[in-house]
Ligand binder design. Structure first.
Ligand code: G6P
Length: 611
């Protein structure tokens, strides 16, 4: 949530920062702003997307080699010009941007008000900024020192970037909880919430750790901890290509990412799954295989779409590994008093690796002796650093706010982990193990076949786009896919949609069924296929419109459906990797047909770094 960008060096900062903000817009787009050190401080900010800011500064003086910029997902204070970042301190000399939440801001604000400070926004950021200025004034110290003193009192999460009118050749940055990457160029530095604004300039980056302060000049990067001790910056090479963050001819990132899935699932399996010889190589997991096999239970912790991946994995792990699995919303888990035994295995599932609730939940479980495994997409993310081990999903940069390719990559990784454990534990026989390895390796090609239905799904979206509500039903492995299909539709098209277990539908949602309600059945062939066919009949009998995702060769479901989308046959364990794809397309095309910005749906953000 909220994207931050900074630049210091030989170039003009403005174009670098604006371009970077556009890349980070997926993190929030309620307002955008920029501050430039240019003989004084120039600050421009505007409610709305970065394009609105660009328009607002036409004709303005945007020179300067030092700049910071922000794209906001509102927490404290409504989206407006006045609440947009950067904020400027009461004394007028320091500008600051912030990603995160300062929890004890109210108390500090009261103290500052008593000292005569005034506030021109409703944000917690402006409070922290003036707190820093007050310390700087009282101690007659450098900005860096004031930041350090202030942060020792701060409760909450932050990544902050500050520039000082009186020291225009320095950016001060600090983080706790919210991410910060610094790109190292030749006599220039780039700062950002993730590497996407940096990759076209340099591939050498430093991931700043929690409780570190960076003093950044064109030719110098100094890292210190809050105790003022120098830290050695650990430089890593970015494994990211520019093409991965561009649309490459697609209308939207979401569509591009849906179409990337044959490749991303392939990338995820590559080098790990050797179906012919029946080997699965996953270094991190291998190391903890013994503990996983002997775990009293596995707890999957996640949010949003990643939570749905956890639900599918629950069914797979219990079936194949015979280990009890619980799936928890991170936000619930962290605030109750869960029973965690030493040796419990926690699998944290997260695309970004930065989701605040997931991060805190696993930290809590780790303190109590659990083993933490991460199934994550972003390499080097905060959750990756807290985890004992894990497996990356290798789906590449996901920019569309609604998750698609990251989800299928999560399913692929979780299926491989379950297969590996089941094989080692001998809870499935060799025949089943080899068969499932082969099923998994065939998935990328089968996803390509599903994508051939693109035009058909697009036509369906025209037919159903005006529905007020949608119901998504599935059983077994496809129940979480029904939830995911409903979530995608809500996110992108703002149509109310509910996902339900197909049979449970009789205990409530069936009351909604009439001739106006489209009901999407995720009804690929599985052991209980006949049951979901009966559920279709129940909907049809009440005149609901039935759209079914079915397996090729199914001749019964089409007779009960108004429309069908056919996917290739696959074992029920890997079928969700296919059945989710048409649902992603359906949500996408309905969103587009309704004229919405599907890559940046209202109120949402991709990386939720606040609780
Ligand atoms: C946000 C995103 C979702 C995502 C969820 C969890 O709500 O919009 O697409 O599923 O966060 O994010 P994570 O990065 O932890 O998977």
């Amino acid at each position: 949530m909220c994207g931050i960008v900074g630049y210091i060096g030989k170039r003009d900062a403005y174009p670098v920062v604006i371009k970077g903000l556009k890349r980070l817009e997926y993190r929030g787009y309620d307002s955008a702003g920029i501050a430039l050190a240019n003989g004084g401080l120039k600050v421009y900010k505007k409610k709305g997307k970065v394009a609105a800011l660009e328009e607002a500064v036409i004709g303005e003086d945007v020179k300067g080699h030092t700049g910071i910029g922000h794209t906001r997902w509102a927490t404290h204070g409504e989206p407006s010009d006045r609440n947009a970042h950067p904020h400027v301190s009461n004394g007028g000399s320091v500008a600051m941007i912030h990603n995160g939440i300062i929890e004890n801001y109210a108390q500090i604000k009261n103290e500052l008000i008593k000292k005569g400070y005034t506030f021109s926004s409703d944000t917690d950021t402006e409070v922290l900024l003036n707190f820093i200025e007050d310390i700087k004034k009282n101690n007659d110290c450098a900005l860096e020192e004031a930041v350090r003193i202030a942060l020792r009192r701060i409760v909450g999460a932050y990544c902050i970037l500050l520039i000082d009118r009186d020291d225009p050749d320095t950016i001060i940055a600090a983080r706790k909880g919210s991410p910060l990457v610094i790109g190292i160029g030749k006599n220039e530095h780039f700062l950002a919430s993730d590497a996407s604004p940096i990759v076209e300039y340099t591939k050498e980056v430093v991931y700043v750790n929690d409780y570190e302060i960076a003093i950044v000049r064109a030719d110098e990067l100094i890292l210190k901890n809050l105790g003022n001790e120098r830290q050695t910056p650990f430089i890593t090479k970015l494994d990211m290509e520019l093409a991965s963050i561009e649309k490459c001819g697609f209308d939207h990132f979401m569509l591009k990412e849906i179409f990337e899935q044959p490749q991303t699932i392939f990338d995820c399996l590559r080098g790990r799954l050797d179906a012919e010889n029946g080997t699965i190589t996953m270094g991190g997991i291998q190391h903890y295989a013994e503990q996983i096999m002997n775990a009293g239970r596995i707890i999957m912790i996640a949010c949003g779409t990643s939570w749905h991946a956890g639900l599918v994995a629950e069914y797979i792990f219990e079936e194949l590994c015979r280990i009890p699995v619980e799936v928890e919303y991170a936000s619930e888990f962290r605030y109750r008093n869960p029973v965690i035994h030493k040796g419990d295995v926690i699998i944290a599932i997260s695309q970004s690796g930065e989701t605040a609730d997931t991060l805190v939940a696993i930290e809590k479980a780790k303190e109590q002796g659990a083993i933490i495994l991460g199934v994550l997409n972003v390499v080097g993310s905060s959750i990756a650093r807290v985890s004992h081990a894990g497996a990356y999903t290798h789906a590449g940069h996901e920019i569309g706010v609604a998750s698609t390719k990251a989800f299928t990559a999560q399913l692929a990784v979780l299926t491989m982990i379950a297969l590996k454990i089941a094989h080692t534990k001998k809870s499935i026989d060799d025949e089943r193990y080899f068969a499932l390895c082969r099923e998994l390796i065939e998935i990328p090609d089968k996803v390509s076949l599903v994508l051939q239905q693109n035009e058909h799904v697009k036509a369906l979206s025209e037919k159903y786009k005006d529905a007020r509500d949608f119901l998504y039903l599935g059983r077994g492995y496809n129940f979480p896919i029904a939830l995911e299909g409903a979530l995608k539709l809500k996110e992108i098209s703002y149509i109310h949609a509910e996902g339900y277990p197909a049979a449970e539908m009789k205990h409530g949602p069936i009351a909604l069924v009439d001739e106006h309600l489209p009901v999407v059945f995720v009804a690929t062939k599985d052991a209980y296929h006949q049951k979901i066919v009966s559920n279709m009949q129940e909907i049809k009998a009440r005149k609901g419109k039935v759209i079914s995702i079915i397996t090729e060769g199914d001749t019964v479901s089409p007779t009960l459906s108004d429309d069908v989308i056919v996917v290739p046959a696959a074992d029920e364990i890997v079928a969700p990797l296919l059945s989710v794809v048409p649902l992603q397309l359906l949500a996408y095309y309905i969103g587009v047909a309704k004229g919405y910005d599907v890559d940046k749906p209202r109120n949402l953000a991709k990386s939720v770094t606040v609780e």
